[in-house]
Structure formats: C-alpha cells, structure tokens
Write a new protein. Structure first.
Length: 365
C-alpha cells in the first residue's frame, strides 16, 4: 500500500474504534501512535520519537510534550495529544508554551482525529495562532494527504515544508475572506466590482442596488461551476472513458483483468478530486492562449486523459495519479508519450510551456 492507502485505512478505523476509547492515553495508543508510525517514525525508538519530552522553559514546572519527533538529535515536530472528544480550540496555548521552550519548527495539536499543524511564520520561535494545515481524518482530502506526506521521514525537507506552510496559511486566510464575501459582500467589494461595470457615479442608491446584484452573481457563478463539474462527471460516466484509441498504448490499455467477473471497465473507473484539480490547473495554464472551452477530459483506469474538442486524436497530456508516484504524460509531434515524475499538483505548472505548445497545434484545427 502507498501512503494514501495507509492514511485512509486509519481513517476507516476511527468510527468503529472511537466510542471504545475512554482516556487520553488510549487515544494515543489507538489513533495517534499509528499516525506517527505512518509518517515513517519508529514510536518505540527513542532516537526517533521521544515520549514525554521536557518542554519546561523555566525548568520548574515539569512541563512535558506528549511526543517529540527527533532528527539529528534535535526535536523537529512536537505532538500535543488530547482525548478524541476534546475541543482542540481549548488547548492551543499549551502547545504554544511547549513550542517556545523547544527547538522544534513544527507543532501538532491533535485529538487523534483532527490534526492541526503549526509553525512560526509570523514571528520566529513564537508559534502562530492559526494552524497552516488542519486535517480531519474522517473527512480527509487527497490534497491534504499530499501535504501530510511531506512530513514523512523519507520526504521531510524543512525548507520545502516551510515554503508550503506559508502558501497554505495565506490560502486558508484568503479562502476565509472569499467565503465571507460570497456570503455577505462587503461595501469595499461591492464598490470594486461595481466600478468595473458601471460608468456613472457610485451613489448610495446605486451601491444598494449592486449589493444584491453582487450576491446573486456570486451565487450564480458557483452554481455554474458546480453544474459544469457535474455535467463533465455525468458525460464521463456515460462514455465509459475509453483510452485514446489512436494513441500508442502501453501494454493492453485498461483491460487488466482486475475486478470481479462481469464487472465492466466503467464500473471500476473513479474520477478523483485530485484528477479534477489537475484538469483545472491545465485549463488555467492554457486560458491565456487557448479557448479553454475546447479543453476536455476522459478518465480511464490507468490514467486521466486531457485533450482538445473531446477528441482522443488531439491529446494535450495525461495524468497518472493512481499509483504511489504521480506522473504527467506529455506528447511530442508524433504523439509519442513521455512520462515525467511529479511530486505534487503544483509541479504541473512546471510544464506550462509544453502544455501551451501541445494545445497550440489544435488552435486552427
């Protein structure tokens, strides 16, 4: 199994286990220690995981963190653990105190179900008030699993995680602002948008009219996006998403014999949120130079194909996200495919020029 499978396996256990977990110590044993092990650390090796590490700044109170992940003899990640029923909002100050007293760059506050990851982006050595990543294992997303994987012992890179942490923090804050604006547009937002479409003076009367118009426009846009995604998914299911028949195939395509007797290929195809995110990234890259309404996709068992005009003779790229390693497949002028290893969805942007060149071939076709 790959990392994603292990995370989802633990997540699947939570509903059946949690009602039997009566104490904080039991929460650690049943949920948190397995999570730390999935990050590649040996919880029984004190050179990797130190339980009850001293985090007392004044050396008088005997304050201890539940677990400290060690690297080169120094703590890098602190875990403060609570019972699974505990509200984590009540305990962040405790972790802040331990964070200051240690050399760790990351602190995790968890009840075994929700994991909140903190660092010191605002002020060095002072833990931020807001986590840069929050993962609820009962509702975990593929994109969050990608972020968790960066904390795995095999992939741990301090600079890479700090860079991602900064992006995640500001993206979360921007999403919060956008959510509030969608629910109730501020005066500043209404004025900004009104000035884009209204040439006259923005009087109070005009402003009041635009408040309602902006609300309805926001709601209409969200509905349009959701309808587009739903239609794409329905069309994909109806077509069965066969692989690009006129392109060179690797092996026997998608008829690998997996699945039960009588089970169709269509039944075994599942378009993931991650694949759809990759599709929208490709569309975003092409938007400035190509009519993106012509960019379509079909899902298959082994890959997710993106092409032009719903025509498998006009390939743009393929996304291979169904294995432990992710790849993007690019095509040359003879439609020969080359697969490139990528570590995350963001790496797709590194192939912007190749994607634009692939789409340009069909611009006048």
């Amino acid at each position: 199994m790959d990392f994603k499978d292990y995370i989802k396996q633990l997540a699947d256990r939570i509903p059946t286990l949690k009602e039997s977990i009566a104490t904080e110590e039991a929460t650690k044993n049943a949920l948190i220690m397995p999570f730390i092990q999935m990050l590649g650390y040996d919880v029984f090796n004190p050179m990797e995981v130190v339980p009850e590490m001293d985090c007392d700044l004044v050396k008088k109170k005997g304050d201890k963190i539940d677990y400290a992940i060690m690297k080169d003899g120094e703590p890098v990640i602190l875990f403060e653990c609570k019972h699974w029923k505990q509200d984590l909002d009540l305990h962040s100050t405790q972790l802040q105190k331990y964070f200051v007293a240690s050399k760790a760059k990351f602190g995790v506050l968890t009840n075994g179900i929700v994991y909140r990851f903190y660092t010191d982006l605002v002020k060095e050595n002072i833990m931020d008030d807001v986590p840069f990543l929050e993962v609820d294992l009962e509702r975990v997303k593929d994109s969050q699993i990608d972020e968790l994987k960066k904390f795995h012992k095999s992939y741990f890179d301090l600079d890479n995680i700090l860079s991602s942490a900064s992006e995640l923090k500001y993206m979360a804050e921007l999403k919060s602002v956008i959510k509030k604006e969608f629910a109730s547009p501020s005066v500043d937002m209404v004025k900004l948008l009104a000035k884009r479409v209204y040439d006259g003076v923005i009087s109070q009367k005009v402003l009041d009219q635009f408040v309602e118009l902006v609300k309805r426009s926001f709601a209409g846009y969200v509905n349009d996006v959701m309808s587009e995604r739903l239609n794409i998914a329905i069309q994909s299911a109806e077509r069965g998403e066969q692989p690009a028949g006129d392109l060179p195939q690797q092996g026997q395509g998608d008829t690998d014999g997996a699945g039960g007797a009588g089970e169709s290929v269509t039944d075994r195809i599942m378009t993931t949120e991650e694949e759809l995110e990759g599709f929208y990234i490709v569309k975003a890259i092409l938007r400035s130079s190509f009519p993106v309404e012509r960019v379509t996709y079909r899902d298959a068992l082994r890959y997710f194909a993106i092409f032009c005009d719903d025509n498998n003779r006009k390939p743009i790229c393929r996304l291979y996200f169904n294995t432990s390693n992710k790849y993007i497949g690019m095509f040359d002028s003879d439609k020969n495919e080359t697969k490139h290893l990528i570590s995350s969805l963001d790496d797709i942007y590194g192939y912007s020029e190749e994607l634009r060149a692939a789409a340009q071939k069909y611009l006048d076709v």
